[in-house]
Design a protein around this ligand. Sequence first.
Ligand code: NDP
Length: 480
Amino acid sequence: MMQLQNFIGGQLVAPAAGRYLPLVEPATGQVFAQVPDSDAADVDAAVQAAEVALPAWRALPAEERGRLLVRLAELIEQNLDRLARAESQDNGKPLSLARTLDIPRAASNFAFFGTAAQHFSSEAHVQEGVAVNYTVRHPLGVVACISPWNLPLYLFTWKIAPALAAGCCVVAKPSEVTPYTAFLLSGLAQEAGLPAGVLNIVHGTGPGAGQALIEHPGIRAISFTGGTRTGQHIARSAAPQFKKLSLELGGKNPNLVFADCDLTEAVRTSIRSSFANQGQICLCGSRIFVERPVYEQFKAEFLAQVQALTVGDPLLETTRQGALVSEAHLQKVLSYIDLAHQEGGRLLTGGHRVQVPGRCADGFFLEPTVFEGLAPDCRVNQEEIFGPVVTLTPFDTEEEALHWANGTDYGLSATIWTRDLTRAHRVAHQLHAGVVWVNTWLHRDLRTPFGGMKNSGVGREGGLEALRFFTEPQNVCVKL
Ligand code: NDP
């Protein structure tokens, strides 16, 4: 059986205690590999390797650091098929999605930040005839990057790339549920010629390796993407050591469909924003509010397209819905379907586990599911389900739609469908969401600030924001 290894000091190494955890393929329910169950000793070795590598890495001109990252991007592109297969096997997502979204984006992350580091500049403040102040942005040092299972390599590299570009050395922990592509990245980092110890990858559980990492005194900053509760825990653990924090957390995103919109396009894109990656994207729009005059038409067209989504083997080109990431997560999503019934929801389609014949007979598949008739303040409309379950609710006025859209503890993203330009801006500015899309969804420009309001996070990733996060500004004042 394949055994994954940690990547420490430029070498692939076994966990010090020799403990491993089984890695399950969600589409088959079968164990296909073992992943290190690392502990504090492995984390410490990784932090030490990073500390040794730091002086030379931070002293390297940004252009040379960037060249290595761009090389890594090229290697990811050259290994697209291998990485996409690994991602699909590990996560359950359709191979077609891994090939067109996850892996290309991982390459873009390195290419983007590899070049961005060369465009990064700092400010100068001149007091005429008196003094000149200028800002030096120093790399923070050794930082931790912790990422979740839903977009494994995509989100892992979204953190690592800016940290390395900024001149930091990294100890990264991917989710233990989906570590395969992070392990493959170790080999590509070696091939790209990344100096030993600049990037270290330690596999293991959140409470084990993750906790040891966030508590380690050698870690200066933590960039975390994951659940809101884990984010709260990390903030509590990191506070006594004053570690810098970037937290990208959960969402319960509204999708507002106004009657004047291009309904065909709104339905087509809402299928994606509801069910892409089996609804396991923090940006999925799980609460769909539709203006009453077009509610029935939207519902009919939406349901017809939901029912046409093929659930099945992620390796087949025809598959649109793969497996959920684990049996435990499938059970969690099913419990919310039960709750939706208890809370008085009307099931419009889906709602059941799917038995896929053949090699996927024991996989974790679920029908894409739509409810209506649920109050905006019920638990199903308030709590993050993170699966292929959405609710439909009609609204009568813009004020009502905004009130419901903003009526959760989350504030990650929102989508607006309208042809009225004035309304689009007016509504966008009143939404409590870090990212607002108008007549589109998951349209990403890596230069833009990315992150959530309220319980969806603290800080912003993306573009120069990420490079600012991984650096410490220092003001130098020179008397003239
Ligand atoms: P978790 O919060 O459970 O885990 C995220 C990562 O944190 C994993 O690597 C996990 O390890 C690790 N972890 C858990 N406990 C600790 C700890 N005590 N110390 C350090 N690390 C720890 O999230 P999920 O993996 O379940 O991911 C789903 C969540 O991520 C959803 O809430 C989703 O909304 C959110 N998310 C947010 C995004 C955003 O950009 N805002 C984007 C994508 C997802 P392990 O898994 O090995 O236990």
